[in-house]
Every structure is written in C-alpha cells, then in structure tokens.
Design a protein around this ligand. Structure first.
Ligand SMILES: CC(C)(COP(=O)(O)OP(=O)(O)OC[C@H]1O[C@@H](n2cnc3c(N)ncnc32)[C@H](O)[C@@H]1OP(=O)(O)O)[C@@H](O)C(=O)NCCC(=O)NCCS
Length: 161
C-alpha cells in the first residue's frame, strides 16, 4: 500500500465510500446525500488543505485530508479528517494514513493537530487516535445526532507536534 496526493480522477472511487460513510450517520458531521460535486468540494476543495489516498493495488483503500484548522492566527494548528473504505478496514490503512498525516503536518511546520469532532461512540477512531498520541481535551455533550444512539458527545482531540 502506498500513500500519495489525491488526483481529480480518484474522486468517483473516493465518493463511493465517502457517501456510504457520511450517509450511515455514525461518524461524520458532513451533509448527508450530497451529490458528486458538492461532496468533492467538501473533501478535495478546501483551500490550503492537502488530500491524500492510500492505494492498495488498483483500489483506493482510504483517504485523508489535512491543513490549517483555522485561518489567520489560528493557522499554526492543523486539522485533519480520515475515511477508510469499509472493505479495507482493520488492515492498518487508518493507522498508516494517521502516521502519514502526522509526519506531513510536522514537516509543514504545524505546532499540533486538532480533531474538532470525533464522535464519542466511534470506538475505532478514538482508540486509533489515542494510540497515535492524541488526547481528549474536551467533549461537547450531545453535539452529534447519532443514527442509533441519538445525541452523543463530540470529542476534541489534540496532539502536540
Ligand atoms: C476509524 C478508521 C479510520 C480506522 O481505520 P482502519 O483502517 O480500520 O484502522 P486500522 O486497521 O489502521 O486500525 C488501527 C487501530 O484502530 C483501532 N480499531 C480499528 N478498528 C477497530 C474496531 N472495529 N474496534 C475497535 N478499535 C478499532 C485499533 O486501535 C487499531 O489498532 P491495532 O492495529 O493495534 O489493532 C475507519 O474505521 C473509518 O474510516 N471509519 C469511518 C470514518 C471515521 O470514523 N473516520 C474518523 C473520524 S474521527
């Protein structure tokens, strides 16, 4: 598996699992049911952010994006988002993307990485981020309307670089 910058032609394959993950209603605050173009601009079109893909043979196994979490004087801390194709879960893709993003953010000169909205019931993500050195710095209660559990908390997680 290798990780490289995403290209325009990657989008249809990314979108096939992006929409599955978002529409599932368990992990992301992104709008559900968004079409190809709206979703593309949300995932690939954030100015000054970089989107990467993890490629396994011919298939895109996962994707991540990272960049300044806030403009201006807040731009020294990065934000990032991750999605692994459900068919490729549990095989180390999320961990490889996480390590790649940490290294990229360090090289780009960010002082830390903040995740703004990790759903507290998202056990896989919370365990992965903790194992990569992130800590929960706070939880906004009832901030995410989970499809199974109703309102649950959103963790803010942080790792210093
Ligand atoms: C969270 C996510 C990125 C993990 O990706 P993955 O490729 O399946 O994860 P990996 O195989 O690299 O596993 C890394 C670690 O994650 C944790 N993990 C992964 N799947 C897990 C599961 N089903 N239950 C509990 N922990 C799990 C483990 O700590 C694992 O560590 P290990 O390798 O020592 O066992 C993936 O499940 C995903 O895309 N989920 C939907 C979108 C999402 O939640 N994105 C993150 C939003 S904050």
């Amino acid at each position: 598996m290798r990780i490289r910058t995403a290209r325009d032609e990657d989008w249809p394959e990314i979108h096939s699992f992006y929409s599955r993950i978002v529409d599932e209603g368990r992990t992301y605050t992104l709008p559900e049911g968004s079409g190809m173009e709206e979703a593309r601009s949300l995932w690939m079109g954030t100015p000054s952010w970089r989107t990467v893909v993890a490629v396994d043979g011919e298939r895109i196994a996962g994707t991540a994006k990272a960049g300044p979490s806030l403009p201006g004087r807040g731009s020294g801390i990065a934000g990032a988002s991750f999605m692994v194709n459900p068919e490729h879960r549990g095989a180390g893709v999320g961990r490889a993307l996480g390590e790649h993003v940490i290294e990229w953010c360090r090289e780009a000169g960010f002082r830390g990485i903040r995740f703004n909205a990790v759903v507290e019931t998202n056990e896989a993500a919370v365990r992965l981020w903790k194992s990569l050195g992130f800590e929960i710095v706070g939880t906004v209660p009832e901030a995410f309307d989970h499809v199974d559990h109703g309102p649950v908390g959103l963790h803010v997680m942080y790792r210093r670089l």
